[in-house]
Design a binder for this molecule. Structure first.
Ligand SMILES: Cc1ncc(C[n+]2csc(CCOP(=O)(O)OP(=O)(O)O)c2C)c(N)n1
Ligand code: SF4
Ligand SMILES: [Mg+2]
Length: 351
């Protein structure tokens, strides 16, 4: 048996959200990952975020590539649409699905091997084309599924389980996402759910390409001394630059911030995000500044986490292509085929 279905019954007094679902309704099958794998904590954070935001499961499409990380969509949102693509190809399949039906919420789940090696080009073009999605890389620095080879995000000089030092420079997906034009860029840690859930909620509400790099230790192959992706290492070097006190208009304010250290950022859907600064000089709305600061922190051995960059005025691929507001998959032949005269006009304009 390759998977175990969870029993469907639950306690009748479990709390329901505004759309009538319990938290259990956002779960999936029983995970077959190793006990303690960071990826399972990310699945739990996604379940929490979707339940809290009252998202109807059938309005979600979750797509992934290949890897332990890419298996995880089977373990959350069991009532949503799902597509497990080929290794590294999640972004292009998701782009096509998004073009056909812009009304769904797209969750792209990938690994550091999936996105930083075979899928690097796909990752880059999804970011620069502003495909509206929540793109999560579950980053453990190794190819977990194929038994722990260094991935392209492993730090130079970090040690493998067998004691070999990595000679290569790392691909920094956060730096690339910033440089390529992603309009929401964050880094979280699977061991800090309090930080990760609001980062996912902010990404779900974002109106463009949202990228979250989640450091997610692999307990089987990369959790030893000398690794820079182990639980102990990340706990010691994790430096949060800010914290989202995300506010849904319909909900109560969750905190009472002191004035001056909180940024109020209106979102495209009418809600407001509150961003509490933990580093006084970190400006998450300045792309170039964010790139410099994240790099400087990295050089001094700190792993910057939090919402690293946000463009509150973000737009997406549909706006750029001026596609119809109605999803293309709901249009009939009359809308899609305007006739020979219209075609002749287009052809004439191109001569
Ligand atoms: C085209 C292709 N090449 C190689 C593989 C072998 N393969 C399977 S998973 C994987 C890497 C997975 O690493 P990552 O994306 O980091 O996921 P993790 O298992 O670490 O979560 C590779 C190389 C494959 N399945 N398909
Ligand atoms: S091999 Fe690593 S990444 Fe894969 S399930 Fe086990 S701990 Fe998780
Ligand atoms: Mg990996």
């Amino acid at each position: 048996m390759t998977y175990l279905a969870k029993p469907r019954w639950h306690h009748p007094t479990l709390a329901t959200n505004k759309v009538g679902y319990t938290r259990r309704d956002y779960e999936g099958k029983i995970s077959t990952l190793c006990a303690g794998c960071g990826h399972d904590s990310i699945s739990a954070a996604l379940i929490q975020a979707c339940w809290e935001l009252d998202i109807e499961p059938h309005r979600v499409a979750k797509l992934s590539g290949i890897g332990c990380s890419s298996k995880t969509p089977d373990y959350f949102l069991g009532a949503s649409h799902g597509f497990n693509t080929v290794h590294g190809r999640m972004p292009s399949v998701l782009t096509g699905a998004n073009l056909a039906n812009r009304d769904l919420l797209y969750l792209g789940v990938s690994g550091d091997g999936d996105s930083a090696s075979i899928g690097l080009g796909q990752f880059a073009h999804a970011m620069r084309r502003a495909v509206r999605m929540v793109y999560i890389v579950e980053n453990n620095g190794v190819y977990g599924l194929t038994k722990g080879q260094f991935s392209a995000t492993a730090d130079r000089g970090s040690k493998s389980k067998k004691g070999v030092l990595n000679p290569d420079s790392p691909v920094d997906l956060v730096g690339m996402a910033l440089q390529l034009g992603a309009t929401y860029v964050a880094r979280g840690f699977s061991g800090d759910k309090g930080q990760l859930v609001p980062l996912i909620e902010g990404a779900i509400r974002h109106g463009g390409a949202a990228f979250i790099d989640v450091i997610s230790p692999c307990v089987a192959f990369n959790n030893h001394e000398g690794s820079t992706r182990s639980y102990d290492y990340v706990r010691e070097h994790n430096e949060a630059v800010n914290r989202i006190d995300f506010i849904d208009l319909a909900k109560e304010i969750r905190c009472d911030p002191s004035p001056g250290d909180v940024l109020e950022l209106p979102q495209h859907d009418g809600s407001t995000m509150r961003l509490r600064k933990l580093h006084a000089d970190y400006d998450a709305t300045d792309r170039v500044g964010a790139m410099n600061q994240v790099l400087a922190m990295q050089a001094s051995g700190e792993l910057a986490t939090g919402l690293l960059y946000l463009d509150p005025d973000a737009s997406d691929m549909h706006a750029a292509m001026r596609t119809s507001k109605r999803p293309l998959n709901s249009l009939g032949e009359v809308d899609l085929c305007p006739g020979a005269a219209a075609l002749q006009k287009i052809n004439a304009s191109l001569r």
